[in-house]
Design a protein around this ligand. Sequence first.
Ligand code: HEC
Length: 170
Amino acid sequence: MNGKKISVIIFAFVLVLVLGACNQTGEETEGTEETEETEESSQVTYESHVEGIIEQSCISCHGGDSPSLMEFKEDPDTYIAQSQGPRLDNYEDLVVLVNGDDAGALMRRLDDGSNTEDGEPGNMYVNLGSTEEERQEELAIIKEWVGSWSLKRSDELTEEERAEITAVRE
Ligand code: HEC
C-alpha cells in the first residue's frame, strides 16, 4: 500500500467516527426535547384540556343559554323537558359540581360504572364520545384533571378527601 492509499483510508476512518459522533449527539438532543414536551403536556388543566371536551360534548345542553344551577334546581322539570341541564360552560360553574356545594356530581354523572353502586355508568357518560374507546379516553383526561375520583357528596367528603381534588384552572 502506498502513502496516498493509507491517508485515504485514515481520512475515511476519521470521517466515519466524526459522523457517528454527530449523529449520536443529535439523537440525544431529540430525546431530551421529547421528554420535556411530554412533561409539559401531562399537566391536565381546565383551560388546556377540559374546556375543549365540555365544548365538544356537553355545551349543546349545558351552554350559555342553559339556566344557572340555582335556576335549574328551582324548576328542573321545565328544563329537562327542553333537554337543558345547568350551565357548565365556564370554570366556576363546573367546579361547584367537582369540589363545591355539589361536589361529586360531575363524577357521579360521568363515571363509567366502575365506581357506581349498581355498576351502571352515570347518565352523562354516554355523551363523552360516540365509541367506547372515545368515551374512555375523554374520561381518563377528566379523571386526571379531577385528581381524586370520588363519587361522594359534599357532606360525605372529609377535609382531606376534598383537598385531594385538584381540578386546576390553568
Ligand atoms: C342531550 C343533552 C345533554 C348533553 C349532551 C349533556 N347533558 Fe348533562 N344533563 C342534561 C340534562 C337534561 C340534565 C338534567 C337531568 C338529569 O339530571 O339527568 C343533565 C344533568 C347533568 C349533570 C347534573 C347536574 C346537577 O344538577 O347536579 C351533570 C354533572 C351533567 N349533566 C354533566 C354533563 C357533561 C359533563 C356532559 C358532557 C360530557 C353532559 N352533561 C352532556 C342534558 C345533557
